[in-house]
Ligand binder design. Structure first.
Ligand code: PLP
Length: 351
């Protein structure tokens, strides 16, 4: 027969455990906490986050110790948030408007209404980049159901929240090829894969699986056996007939870089180097017979793939057409004209 422990015994056991175990520090003031955080940040060799915006604060912060979001924000504990990433390239924001449009489409699918109109979000992002003084890096931004409570419904969150951060980063054109594997982690259902929401656990596990197997990343195959995408990148193929094919975007994220690639690639068709450019369903068998294969995504913008599940793609070397497409995207980032590149008014906002 089990004996119930008396309240006294339970209390004694708890006391013993608490006294002998790790002692959690209780901060006596926010000043003490801030001092601790500043100590932590001062030991960081390179401070990679020059600026953050938070609608909860109502402004831009430059102190990394203060770049935090509330724990009761529904994006933190329920994943009710969407995001996007755009790049800062030589003082310009590349394709900001395309990313902003996708961001707002994701927010609408996730039923999050922005606390500001689009023009204000855009202006905040440009101002924050200017104040950050960062000329090369990434701009990440989130819309969240906002802070309020720990329930499932966002009904108790008075206002949605907008957060953004500038990350100092260097980019160079990817010239080496990488290895990939087919992911065994189930991919997200189309409704969730087509909106850029913060639930990236399948994507994280999929990249970890690839790393465990000595590969760079993985490829998802959908339930019908067609190629889908990588964990945070789209994928493209050049067939033996020199056709550039990207999988349809109906079950995956409509990548901004992939869309730009589809606009730029016809230049190679005009030059007679490519036969055609299209989106289509691609089976695994067709994909593995490709002459060239590549990842396509904002921070790459194009990464050659030379091995897949330990089998070479084409001759197992970085493809010539892959590099020609990479050059097209790179030139567009460096010198593209019009709305592709938004100039950041650094001098105006920092003088
Ligand atoms: C799942 C997924 N697919 C594709 C992409 C590529 O999109 P983009 O070219 O807009 O960076 C991303 C990155 O945003 C992604 O997270």
């Amino acid at each position: 027969m089990e004996h119930q422990k008396s309240d006294e015994i339970v209390a004694l056991e708890v006391e013993k455990e608490v006294c002998s175990e790790f002692k959690a520090h209780v901060f006596s003031s926010s000043a003490e906490l801030l001092e601790r955080l500043h100590e932590k940040w001062s030991s960081v060799k390179k401070q990679s986050y020059p600026a953050m915006y938070s609608s909860v604060y109502g402004g831009i912060v430059l102190d990394p110790a203060m770049m935090v979001i509330p724990i009761d924000d529904h994006m933190v504990h329920r994943g009710h948030g969407v995001f996007d990433t755009s790049i800062i390239f030589y003082g310009y924001l590349y394709e900001l408007d395309v990313h902003l449009d996708r961001f707002l489409r994701s927010a609408s699918k996730a039923r999050i209404s922005s606390p500001f109109p689009r023009s204000t979000l855009r202006s905040i992002l440009i101002q924050m980049t200017a104040v950050s003084k960062c000329k090369k890096g990434t701009l990440r931004f989130w819309l969240s159901a906002g802070p309020g409570n720990f329930l499932l419904s966002p009904a108790g969150c008075p206002t949605s929240a907008f957060y953004a951060v500038v990350i100092d980063d260097d980019f160079s054109q990817c010239k080496e090829g990488v290895k990939v594997i087919t992911s065994t982690i189930p991919m997200k259902a189309p409704e969730f894969a087509t909106m850029k929401n913060v639930n990236y656990l399948p994507n994280v596990l999929s990249v970890m699986e690839a790393e465990d197997k000595g590969a760079f990343a993985s490829i998802w195959v959908d339930d019908e056996g067609y190629i889908a995408e990588g964990p945070n990148v789209n994928v493209a193929f050049i067939t033996q007939d020199k056709e550039l094919i990207l999988p349809f975007f109906d079950k995956i994220l409509r990548g901004c870089t992939a869309l730009r690639l589809l606009q730029l690639a016809p230049k190679l068709v005009k030059q007679g180097r490519l036969k055609s450019v299209k989106t289509a369903n691609v089976t695994v068998q067709e994909a593995k017979r490709a002459a060239e294969m590549m990842f396509v995504g904002s921070t790459l913008p194009l990464l050659p793939i030379i091995m897949w599940d330990e089998q070479p793609i084409g001759d197992g070397k970085v493809g010539e057409l892959t590099m020609a497409l990479s050059d097209l995207l790179w030139e567009d980032m460096v010198a593209g004209v019009g709305m592709q590149r938004i100039p950041v008014p650094y001098e105006k906002l920092t003088s």
